[in-house]
Design a binder for this molecule. Sequence first.
Ligand SMILES: *Cc1c(COP(=O)(O)O)cnc(C)c1O
Length: 397
Amino acid sequence: MQETFRKTDQYVMKTYNRYPVSFVKGEGCWLYDSQGKKYLDMLAGIAVCNLGHCHPRVSEAICQQAKTLIHTSNLFHIEPQAELAELICKNSFGDKVFFCNSGAEANEGALKLARRYGTEKNLEKYEIVAFRQSFHGRTMAAVTVTGQGKYSDGFGPMLPGVKFAEFNNIDSVKEVISEKTAGIIVEPIQGEGGVIPASKEFLEELRQIADEFDAVLIFDEVQTGIGRTGELFAYQHYGVEPDVMTLAKALGNGVPIGAIVAKGEAAEVLKPGLHASTFGGNFLATRAGVEVMRIMTEPGFLDRVKEKGIYLKNRLEELVSQFPRLLERVRGVGMMLGIVCKFPCSNIVASALDKGLIINCTAGNILRFLPPLTIEKEEIDYGVKILKEVLREYAAE
Ligand SMILES: *Cc1c(COP(=O)(O)O)cnc(C)c1O
């Protein structure tokens, strides 16, 4: 492990504050380091390994595909890409899909789609409405619509024509939207911003106002998608359909893949030559995606996610009532949960890691839980027990 730390330090750009841990093996909800110490993973590689580490069916599919054909480019038809597009459309509002390689790239493409949609009607119709505290990724357009200064400071000038409104506040949207608006981009549940669900009324009103101004409504479901919230996609909880939805993180259960899903007029905007990706939708990534979608759409899978999500939420709420001086409340949907702490919580995360529990701190004071959706109740109990020990020590200090 020491050798890995040294080489990382010397040769890898220091863009991450890494913990001094390196894993060598994963199985289900468990990760193992080179010393054989095991960790319960309640973060799933940040909402990526929704089916757990090395799910046998996904790993088998990847191995088989890797031995058969990995990449040919989009100059040719790709069987698993067609299959995955069908699976996504048949299980969502979507009519058509474009494949890329990451969340930022999916959002980048969705914003291009919205601009093209707008400017084909009127050259002035290129503005985007985005939200404060949002997170959409690190490329230039994605970082422009990300409503947190720390991600864009020093990288200016940002893309022109982006207006920010307050999340869950439709009046603030009315202040910035106009005939010049081409698109609205929003996370149904803000993830990095602190696990903050949109209210049903807010998304309903966004839908209405997007229609009124003929703007493309984009839901960034990069984190909330692929079963995370107990529905395949978070919009399904709200009964509000966007025109465009972006996916990435869990779609390949760890193999890099992103997707733009669109319906109606929005699905026809990107015509031949207007957008492309060399790797996007290649055999390896989409074969993984097909297996993920098949597993998630099996009868009963999402019911169990919902049930265990409620169990996890209840267990976390118990902690809140046991430590009222430290913890405020639990929020989130399904297996996307956060505990609002009354203090910065990065120390809690580090102590938990020490004791073999992987969780995360976001927005400074939110303990975030994004476990594999396959986690069992006994494993949830194990994680809660560790967290309780950490909180007890913290409370005693
Ligand atoms: C993680 C995330 C992204 C960025 O995805 P990358 O694959 O890291 O580019 C975008 N939007 C949301 C909501 C995310 O959680």
